[in-house]
Design a protein around this ligand. Sequence first.
Ligand SMILES: N[C@@H](CCC(=O)N[C@@H](CS)C(=O)NCC(=O)O)C(=O)O
Length: 212
Amino acid sequence: MEFPILYSFRRCPYAIRARMALKYSKITYIHREIKLSNRPDKLYEISPKGTVPVMMISNNKIIEESLDIMHYALQIKDSKNLYQNHLEKQDNLIKKNDYQFKKALDRYKYHVRFKEKTYEFYQEEVATFLKEYDIILRNQKYLINENITLSDYAIFPFIRQCAHVDLIWFKKNFKYLAPWLEKLKTSELFISIMKKYDIWTEGAKDTIVKND
Ligand SMILES: N[C@@H](CCC(=O)N[C@@H](CS)C(=O)NCC(=O)O)C(=O)O
């Protein structure tokens, strides 16, 4: 295989962070945009769980988790030392995002489906996490220290999703987290990976994303 193949969905926060890492590490790849409501058989063939992102490096090397795609990319190139220091601290922050915050975020975002509690309850639940980030960012530019790290990129797409549920509330309550989000949202890196692609169908011409 000349280039790895990435199955992706534009707005998926996991796919966003994987694409950010591929761009950051200058890895050129073949992009296959999918629709979650009509996933291609090829995706299930290489990864039966059928979630995105999934990256096929070769016929016998498939990466099925977004964080693993990020680590794969950074092992190839990590010019700003995103994952060279404070590894345990970074891993813990990302774990908390992926396993705790994501659950609270889903309940907040899709509150109409979670009728057991009120919207305000779910908003307060996400706020407890957002407050912690806000306190960290009161004293430093990024989540670990003054330098951007993998944890900022890995967590950012979820904060973005959360903020957009009620942007006015978010900006009013999280004075330090809001500018951090804005900086990442307006970064060239993020803007470039949000390019729109047609839905991939089997047999279609390859869409090569040249990340060099
Ligand atoms: N742990 C996975 C989660 C990926 C994930 O849940 N992606 C969502 C889209 S944002 C998905 O594919 N959902 C479809 C499903 O769960 O069947 C990762 O980090 O890659």
